[in-house]
Design a protein around this ligand. Structure first.
Ligand code: GLA
Length: 375
């Protein structure tokens, strides 16, 4: 494994432990996690591998195969920059949880999550490092505790007010299944996603566009949902039971956001129902409805995502939607095997017509969540 070789070359010994944590796509349940709602992500075959050894002192030396130059020694709490913030954030949250500073570490990182595709490379980085440190120091934290710690690192240290979906998917997913997660109770269940036996595939369409304002818009959506919940007198939009009554009491953006969140939770349950009834071929309409709601009510799509969805449907996809936070990143399309080429051609042609850079297509095969790799 090249991350072990890089570790040896930089730090002069074998790593004590090596963990891999994957990125994710979300099948359905978008912008519901921070509303205490329901999500259904699955892990992708790409992720981050962290090779780690403890140190006798408090220093943290970090090396990434994706960053030029040798290892950097980073300060534990302040002035972390760029990608190192995610690692320092995990260390800071561990210190906080343990009430003392965890020992220093030598860490080598290798990642293959396509950059900027909205496939949660940052969650993969946080979770891989959290799992490795948990293992190294015998902390006995559960996968969900590690996911929560990683989310806190991103919320409190990096300053991105994300929900729990990405970190939970990275820590808990199982091969061949999606993770049905209740983001309030944190109860979860692995739901079999047997696409191949039905001659189906999920195609990731990476628009290769990432709009810079995404972080600010995400925080704004979250604040709008919280404000709507306050006006409705509920703890979170998850608790809205009378949708039309709620909509009568809201206006503008808050009304639209509420409509999306409440109907999206219903769509997650409906999709779970279809999977249980062995009707995976029929989930396409729910994917389409989710996309329209994200585009029109939640306003987090982008022209590139809309064109990817519309062109893949024209090319014969059974359903398609943007996935993840939005404002660029990726869409997913549910496609019969014999339509894969026509879907790709249709999307490629639609992008070429607009003189956009060509999209990238990736097969989404439900992969295992975080795991220790043999040395
Ligand atoms: C980002 C966040 C998640 C979730 C999605 C939208 O990926 O990190 O917590 O809110 O957006 O569903």
């Amino acid at each position: 494994m090249r991350v072990i070789e890089a570790f040896r070359a930089a730090f002069g010994a074998d790593p004590r432990t090596v963990w891999h944590a994957p990125g994710r796509v979300n099948l359905i349940g978008e912008h519901t996690d921070y509303n205490d709602g329901l999500v259904l992500p699955f892990a992708v075959p790409w992720g981050v591998t962290a090779a780690v050894s403890p140190r006798d002192d408090r220093a943290v030396r970090l090396l990434s195969l994706q960053s030029p130059g040798g290892p950097v020694t980073i300060s534990r709490h302040e002035d972390a920059q760029g990608w190192t913030r995610y690692v320092v954030g995990v260390l800071a949250m561990l210190d906080h949880r343990l009430g003392e500073q965890v020992p220093g570490a030598d860490i080598a990182i290798d990642g293959d999550v396509p950059r900027g595709a909205g496939l949660s490379s940052s969650a993969a980085l946080e979770v891989s490092v959290a799992c490795a440190l948990n293992d190294l120091h015998g902390l006995g934290m559960t996968p969900m505790e590690l996911a929560l710690l990683s989310q806190r690192a991103e919320n409190d240290f990096v300053g991105m007010p994300c929900g729990i979906m990405d970190q939970a998917a990275s820590a808990l997913c199982q091969e061949g299944t999606a993770l049905f997660l209740d983001c309030r109770s944190l109860a979860s269940r692995a739901v079999p996603l047997d696409l191949a036996s039905q001659g189906l595939r999920i195609l990731i369409i990476d628009t290769r566009v990432h709009h810079e304002h995404a972080g600010g818009e995400y925080a704004k959506r979250r604040a709008e949902c919280e404000s709507a919940a306050r006006k409705l007198g509920v703890a979170a939009l998850r608790d809205v039971t009378d949708l039309s009554g709620a909509l009568d009491r809201l206006q503008g953006a808050e009304r639209n956001r509420t409509m999306h969140v409440v109907t999206e939770n219903h769509r997650v349950q409906a999709l779970i129902g279809l999977l249980r009834a062995d009707k995976i071929t029929e989930i396409g309409a729910l994917l389409n409805a989710s996309h329209l709601s994200l585009r029109d009510q939640y306003e987090v799509s982008s022209p590139e995502l809309d064109v990817a969805v519309e062109a893949s449907l024209r090319g014969g996809a059974r359903g398609a939607r943007m996935t993840g936070g939005g404002f660029g990143g990726s869409a997913i399309a549910l496609v019969a095997e014999d339509r894969l080429d026509s879907v790709k051609e249709s999307v490629t042609a639609a992008y070429a017509e607009r003189a956009w850079q060509p999209p990238r297509f990736l097969p989404a095969v439900p992969a295992p969540g975080a795991r220790r790799l043999p040395l």
